[in-house]
Write a protein that binds this ligand. Structure first.
Ligand SMILES: Nc1ncnc2c1ncn2[C@@H]1O[C@H](COP(=O)(O)OP(=O)(O)OP(=O)(O)O)[C@@H](O)[C@H]1O
Ligand SMILES: [Mg+2]
Length: 240
């Protein structure tokens, strides 16, 4: 089953939040989900340690450049979806996580700097394609979008992406209290108390739409050449 790597070299772009939204939504639909937490600060592991999020969703903490392949192989045996939460670094861990991925999701908060961080991930994907003929599908998702207005910063991010012909998912992740508060409260989004969180219904509906769109563009898991991981690393080394 597919490995989806969440990457943006800019910190705070919304990677961990997007992982949580999709992980809990996929589990809600009855899928097994394994999150590989490759961020040394372990935010998603901390969230999961509060109360878990059902038997279908597990989180493996402390993933590093040295352990990611083994952890991914173990998660594959478990079956279901594997989501990788990366830190913002541009390093061998990023290359390995991208090389392992069946799909790379690039969250971009509404500012041009975030878009530039996303573009660094796209450069890595382009180099993999150009040098090694390895094409990894990706999607860019706009995050923390204000559902009422388009801010200037968001427009700048959109312009940045459009100027480079980078297509963006039709479903953005809106700015929602639920997506922030769930990290403190623990548990799945749909288990939150609507009385405690404003617009929980909209947050859940957004998660559903995002998941629908992602699944609709993700190809069936293709057979992956064994050389692929090392190709990604070589590309990173050449680029360095
Ligand atoms: N859609 C959203 N609605 C509300 N708050 C959000 C949303 N997305 C992200 N945030 C908040 O923005 C901050 C950064 O988000 P997040 O931690 O997901 O980014 P990140 O890319 O994982 O950051 P890092 O690079 O540090 O790992 C967090 O405080 C998070 O709660
Ligand atoms: Mg994070």
């Amino acid at each position: 089953m597919p490995i989806i790597t969440f990457a943006n070299t800019k910190g705070g772009a919304g990677k961990t939040t997007a992982v949580l939204i999709l992980a809990t939504e996929l589990a809600r639909r009855g899928n097994r989900v394994t999150v590989l937490d490759a961020d040394p600060r372990g935010w998603i592991s901390r969230w999961h340690s509060i109360s878990g999020a059902g038997a279908l969703l597990s989180v493996v903490p402390g993933i590093t450049e040295d352990t990611i392949e083994q952890a991914a192989a173990k998660a594959r045996k478990r079956g279901g979806y594997i989501l990788v939460d990366l830190p913002s670094s541009h390093d061998a861990l990023l290359a390995k996580a991208v090389g392992l991925a069946d799909h790379v999701m690039i969250p971009v908060q509404g500012c041009a700097m975030d878009a530039a961080g996303g573009a660094e991930v796209l450069e890595l994907l382009n180099e993999l394609d150009a040098r090694c003929n390895v094409r990894i599908p990706y999607s860019v998702v706009l995050t923390r979008v204000n559902s009422a207005v388009t801010t200037r910063a968001l427009q700048a991010a959109k312009d940045f992406l459009a100027a480079r012909a980078i297509s963006v998912l039709a479903t953005p992740i809106a700015e929602r209290a639920a997506y922030r508060d769930v990290f403190d409260k623990g548990g799945a989004l749909d288990r939150m108390n609507p009385a405690d969180v404003s617009n929980l219904d909209r947050a859940l509906e957004n998660a559903e739409r995002l998941c629908d769109e992602l699944l609709s563009i993700m190809p069936q898991r293709a057979a992956r050449p064994v050389a692929r991981k090392s190709a990604a690393e070589k590309t990173m080394k050449k680029a360095a």
